[in-house]
Write a protein that binds this ligand. Structure first.
Ligand code: ADP
Ligand code: MG
Length: 252
């Protein structure tokens, strides 16, 4: 069966997209699923978090989407595979604007490999440009990490409008897998209030998945270039990530 292709999408930076992509991918892998992570961000954080050096890579996602070459995949990284990126991907953003149906390039690049995986997780850049649109066009599902803070809902209208546009025009089958509140300060009233308003607003639109707490070990783990579960297996957030992975596994 073809993979479920999940785009982790939010036009704001620093909300935890990349961290969630790596960790959910890891836990889906631990459930026995075949997982491919796609780094669709020129900043290449995912590629770095996975232990690679973007400047040393000969081929990256750029070659697949801009030059229509076979997608470069590196295997056996914490039980997952990775299509890495480098800063060169930022030039694709410009090159693809002029290309005929440039929005289809990632879908096209994944066509030949999607049967090899159960899940393909796409880490989107913090923008609404063609790289993000391309991933929503390639995806079967979109998963939205939302930072649990007071201003979190401010950008969601724009984000949802973009998803609706893609649904109407370019990918009628796209489904919302859900929202993941991230970086939640559960011990403060502010954290609790923000979480409450996220539930109130977003549960009307889709599933609100378990909340990821704010924890410095997430940053420590990515600095050590590994998933949280391998950096600190006993961290309470590990169980939450496992729960989200279990809930995602089996989405239709
Ligand atoms: N739950 C969390 N608690 C604390 N820090 C986090 C958490 N998730 C991610 N971070 C850190 O916040 C920064 C931004 O996270 P990242 O996943 O790169 O966000 P995005 O991909 O949305 O820009 C990184 O330094 C990361 O280590
Ligand atoms: Mg990122």
């Amino acid at each position: 069966m073809a993979a479920k292709i999940i785009a982790l999408f939010n036009q704001s930076g620093g909300v935890g997209k990349t961290t969630l992509t790596q960790n959910l991918g890891y836990h889906l892998g631990q459930l026995g699923r075949k997982v491919l992570l796609v780094d669709d961000d020129p900043q290449s954080s995912l590629t770095v978090f996975m232990g690679l050096e973007p400047t040393e890579l000969k081929k990256t996602l750029y070659d697949a989407v801009a030059k229509e070459e076979e997608i470069e995949i590196i295997h056996d990284l914490f039980g997952m595979s990775l299509a890495p990126a480098s800063l060169t991907l930022s030039t694709a953003e410009i090159e693809l604007v002029g290309a005929i149906m440039g929005e289809l390039r990632l879908k096209q690049a994944l066509e030949t490999v999607k049967d090899d995986y159960d899940y393909i997780l796409i880490d989107c850049p913090p923008s609404l440009g063609i790289l993000s649109i391309m991933s929503l066009v390639a995806a079967t599902h979109v998963l939205v990490p939302v930072q649990t803070e007071f201003k979190a809902l401010k950008g969601t209208e724009l984000l949802l409008n973009t998803i609706v546009r893609v649904l109407k025009v370019a990918n009628k089958k796209l489904k919302i897998a859900g929202f993941v509140p991230t970086m939640c300060d559960t011990r403060t009233a502010q954290g609790e209030n923000s979480l409450k308003s996220i539930y109130e607003q977003l549960s009307k639109i889709g599933t609100v998945l378990p909340t990821i707490p704010r924890a410095t070990d997430f940053a420590n783990a990515s600095q050590s270039r590994k998933p949280l579960a391998l950096y600190n297996p006993k961290h309470p957030a590990v169980e939450i990530l496992q729960q989200i992975a279990k809930q995602l596994d089996g989405i239709q």
